[in-house]
Each structure stands twice: as structure tokens, then as C-alpha cells.
Design a protein around this ligand. Structure first.
Ligand code: DXP
Ligand SMILES: NCC(=O)COP(=O)(O)O
Length: 238
């Protein structure tokens, strides 16, 4: 079964736009779980453009499904994971000022760094996932880091889906099998939406988790959050 983790970054974007506490990030997380979210994902970026570190502390005691915290493993990120000990930490190689995540890790170059970080995170009892591009060369080094899972960076899949979905999914299906053979758990995320999610699931049925935020929150503006979460859940029920 593939779990749906709802990324609530953009709820915080709307909240920050007016400087008060509407929408209430904690209440949305609780409601999202009540509506069927099987996890809550947040990505506290260094500039706190949306999710703030305080949000992470406020969310930790109320998230009852799986709490997934994404980010670059700088000292502040490591400190928040040390404090919160979430279900999962997803390591993302984002520089501080990128518009959004735009690549997975070079697990060859950063193998030693990632080994140390993964070991520390796992010592907190937190499952670790490493954001990764669908390139075969990165997968054996990913295994050597000791990570529990990898998360396939699916922006390229989404970008090419409408032009040729068979071609778009091909590298993902290939590396998914490699990950499985290596004993790595498999997550996926970035730019997944109601048009491209089902096909990804059909081609990679053993996905453990998808984390979806931007498109889901945009869809919720039209369909409502409860309906939208159910619509996304149905894409995974095959
Ligand atoms: C790592 C990833 O692909 C996304 O989870 C990322 O958190 C999106 O970040 P923004 O919401 O800041 O675009
Ligand atoms: N890890 C991907 C994620 O959490 C959400 O990415 P997106 O759906 O906002 O592109």
C-alpha cells in the first residue's frame, strides 16, 4: 500500500501572507489526517518562507499518523530532528535560496557526509529517506549511506508526463527496481498531481509513500481539502 503524506508548506505560505494565524497550520494538519492523510510532511527552509521551525515544534505533539520533516541537514535542521524525533527525516540537498527543491543528492560525492548524518538521525529512532534523482549511479552509494529509504525526485516525470508518459516514467521504473533489489524503501515526491499520480503508481506499485503538497493544496481551493485528499487517495488505490 502506498501512503499519502500531505505536505502543508503552502498552508503556511498563505498564513504568512497576512502575518496572523489563519489558516492555522496545526488545525489543518489535524483535519488533513481526519480527512485521510496518512502522513504530514513539512519542509522548514532556512528563510522560513512558509513552514517555520516553531510550526514543527507545534505540530510534533499533534500529528498522529507519520510526521515527515524534509530539509537540508544543516545544524538547525539536525537540532529540530533531535528535538522532535519525527517518524521520518527526508534529506534534501537544497541550497538556501532555491525557489523549490530542484535536484536529488549526489550520493557519490557526498557519501561520507550522508553516512554520518544518516547514522545520527537513525540514532534518534527516526527513519531516514534521501531525496534522489532517477539515475542508476546514485543508488548503490545511497544504500551505502545506511538510509532506510530513498525519495524519487519526480519533477522531471511530471514535466514530461503529458508529452510522453511512457518515456517520462521509464527511468523511474528502472531505478525503482534497483532500489527494491538493494532493500531500500521507496518514496516519491515533487510536482505529483491528480493527472500524473495514478500512472506512477501503476508503473511502480511497490511505492511506500508519496508526499504531495503544492498541487494538492491548489486543488483544494476548488474541491475542498477533504474531497481533495480523498481524490488523491483514490489515485493510489489500484
Ligand atoms: C523536497 C520536495 O520536493 C518538496 O517537498 C519541497 O518541500 C517543496 O518545497 P516548497 O513547498 O518550498 O516548494
Ligand atoms: N517531497 C515532496 C513533497 O513533500 C511535496 O512536493 P510538492 O508536491 O509540493 O511538489
Amino acid at each position: 500500500m502506498t501512503k499519502l503524506s500531505v505536505n502543508i508548506n503552502k498552508i503556511a505560505t498563505i498564513r504568512n501572507a497576512r502575518g496572523a494565524n489563519n489558516p492555522n497550520v496545526v488545525q489543518v494538519a489535524k483535519d488533513a489526517e481526519r480527512f485521510g492523510a496518512e502522513g504530514i510532511t513539512v519542509h522548514p527552509r532556512p528563510d522560513e518562507r512558509h513552514i517555520r521551525y516553531q510550526d514543527v515544534l507545534d505540530l510534533a505533539p499533534v500529528v498522529t499518523t507519520e510526521f515527515n520533516i524534509e530539509g537540508y541537514p544543516d545544524e538547525r535542521f539536525m537540532e529540530i530532528i533531535r528535538t522532535v524525533k519525527p517518524t521520518q527525516a527526508t534529506l534534501v540537498p537544497d541550497p538556501p535560496h532555491v525557489l523549490t527543491s530542484n535536484s536529488g543528492w549526489d550520493t557519490i560525492t557526498h557519501l561520507e557526509l550522508l553516512k554520518d548524518i544518516v547514522a545520527e538521525l537513525k540514532s534518534y529512532g527516526t527513519r531516514v529517506s534521501i531525496f534522489i534523482n532517477p539515475e542508476v549511479k546514485y543508488f548503490e552509494p545511497a544504500k551505502l549511506t545506511g538510509t532506510d529509504r530513498v525519495e524519487l525526485y519526480t519533477e522531471p516525470y511530471a514535466a514530461h508526463f503529458h508529452a510522453n508518459k511512457e518515456l517520462a516514467v521509464k527511468p523511474y521504473a528502472e531505478v525503482a527496481t534497483i532500489a527494491k533489489d538493494l532493500g531500500l524503501g521507496l518514496n516519491a515526491g515533487h510536482d505529483l498531481d491528480l493527472q500524473n499520480l495514478r500512472y506512477l503508481k501503476e508503473c511502480i506499485p511497490f511505492l511506500d509513500e508519496v508526499s504531495i503538497g503544492h498541487a494538492l493544496i491548489c486543488d483544494a481551493l476548488y474541491y475542498g481539502l477533504e474531497n481533495t485528499i480523498q481524490l488523491y487517495r483514490r489515485q493510489l488505490e489500484i
